[in-house]
Ligand binder design. Structure first.
Ligand code: SF4
Ligand code: SF4
Length: 296
């Protein structure tokens, strides 16, 4: 009898040309712009090409995280991609980062064991009540989702109110604000909301340390250019000429620091793939709610 090896797992972070957003957060790390129709057409075509690659690449177990520069879920092609990929048997998870401004009822058509959302609450752009109503609908639909906030001092009261209003089974994460130094007291205040805030508050030393990025995780641009992660600019191959396959191998990081969750979650010495086992791309810890599984 023939015993096939289990297919290798690959996490794919996809970011196409789309950069427009219906919100205008003052702390937005991305240059905001209005996307002209031709760019939107190009973004749609690139996404459809990518979903075709996912559908055809059946010799891997794939997990996909869409990380658009702007907001994807106000565009039909991202919603369609989420639904289509969720039904593929070799796709373990498909996730998108979203501000949750758009309605979420379309997720009723997705396989909710596979589709999940990484959502972020942006005080000042939406009321807490409106954001919570979207969360309630996701819970009703049985969709896995995390909720996050940027840990700016002016967000603390809103973040506390949000944590108090969210169901206990929903994980609330806090990202340290770029360039912001946290006193011990401030760090403790945010850690009371997100027990894992300590991973975000200081950048991680990564130079010469082994990282899954470029081995079992890759970053893909709209034209198929493959990089090991969103933070290292050197291409290592292309998705559409097959060169990505030969590029995957154990690698050490060549940057001094890694300070973004979607990067350092792959930095091997940190062990965060265990902490987020089963919820790596949607940012849900394995032991959440606290006490649901024995902590490591
Ligand atoms: S919702 Fe996200 S992408 Fe949109 S402006 Fe705010 S931070 Fe930027
Ligand atoms: S440690 Fe961070 S910057 Fe370095 S390769 Fe891994 S994800 Fe990329």
């Amino acid at each position: 009898m023939r015993h096939d090896k289990p297919a290798a797992e690959l996490a794919v972070l996809y970011r196409g040309p789309l950069a427009s957003c219906n919100y205008d957060c003052p702390y937005c790390p991305f240059a905001k712009r209005v996307d002209p129709p031709e760019l939107l057409r190009a973004d749609r075509a690139a996404l459809e090409r990518f979903t075709g690659w996912v559908a055809a690449t059946t010799d891997r177990r794939l997990s996909v995280l869409f990380t658009p520069w702007g907001e994807g879920l106000t565009r039909s092609w991202y919603r369609d991609a989420m639904v289509a990929l969720s039904h593929l048997p070799h796709v373990d998870r498909v996730v998108i980062q979203t501000n949750l401004a758009a309605r979420v009822d379309w997720l009723a058509d997705a396989d909710r064991a596979t589709a999940a959302l990484w959502t972020t609450y942006h005080p000042g752009q939406v009321t807490r009540e409106r954001f919570l109503a979207r969360c309630a609908r996701l819970s009703e639909l049985g969709v896995r989702y995390s909720v996050g906030v940027v840990g700016l001092p002016e967000h603390l009261a809103e973040a506390r109110a949000l944590r108090a209003a969210l169901p206990g089974e929903v994980y609330l994460w806090v990202n340290a604000a770029d360039g912001h130094h946290y006193t011990a007291g401030q760090e403790a205040a945010w850690t009371a909301l997100d027990p894992l805030f300590g991973w975000s508050v200081r950048p991680h030393r990564s130079l010469d340390r082994p990282c899954h990025a470029g081995e079992t995780a890759i970053s893909v641009a709209g034209d198929g250019t493959v990089r090991r992660c969103h933070f290292r600019p050197a291409p290592i191959g292309n998705l559409y000429d097959g060169s990505w396959r030969a590029a995957l191998r154990p690698r050490a990081c060549d940057a001094a620091l890694c300070d973004c969750h979607i990067g350092y979650v792959h930095l091997k010495p940190l062990g965060l793939r265990d902490v987020f086992a089963g919820g790596l791309l949607e940012r849900i810890p394995a032991a959440w709610p606290v006490g649901s599984r024995s902590a490591r």
